[in-house]
Write a new protein. Structure first.
Length: 103
């Protein structure tokens, strides 16, 4: 081979990918992002549960779901559909701010 051909071959050899680093991946970031997503989903689920529980608690406290026939009983179908406050964030704010019920 001539010097010119050897120079061209060296140029093509430097363009080849490094096979020792070609398939190396890190799973550290995947684990961290999976934990972040899982915690966000858990906090969203807990927030929705808190909103639902506070909605029903407020309806019971204000007697919005009192049974029409038996005055001492609670209408359970009403508890599933009642909206005791205007917005869901009002239930969330009250539930996050009050750890024990008012007396």
């Amino acid at each position: 081979m001539t010097d010119r051909e050897e120079g061209a071959m060296k140029l093509y050899d430097t363009l080849e990918p490094d096979e020792s680093r070609l398939f190396s991946v890190s799973n550290v970031n995947h684990l961290a992002w999976c934990l972040v997503v899982a915690l966000l989903l858990l906090s969203g689920w807990l927030g929705a549960s808190l909103v639902n529980a506070e909605n029903q608690r407020n309806a019971l406290m204000t007697k919005q779901c009192q049974d029409r026939v038996f005055k001492d009983e609670v209408d359970k179908t009403c508890l599933l559909t009642v909206r005791s406050r205007d917005h869901w964030w009002q239930h969330l704010a009250y539930g996050m701010g009050h750890f024990s019920p008012d007396k």
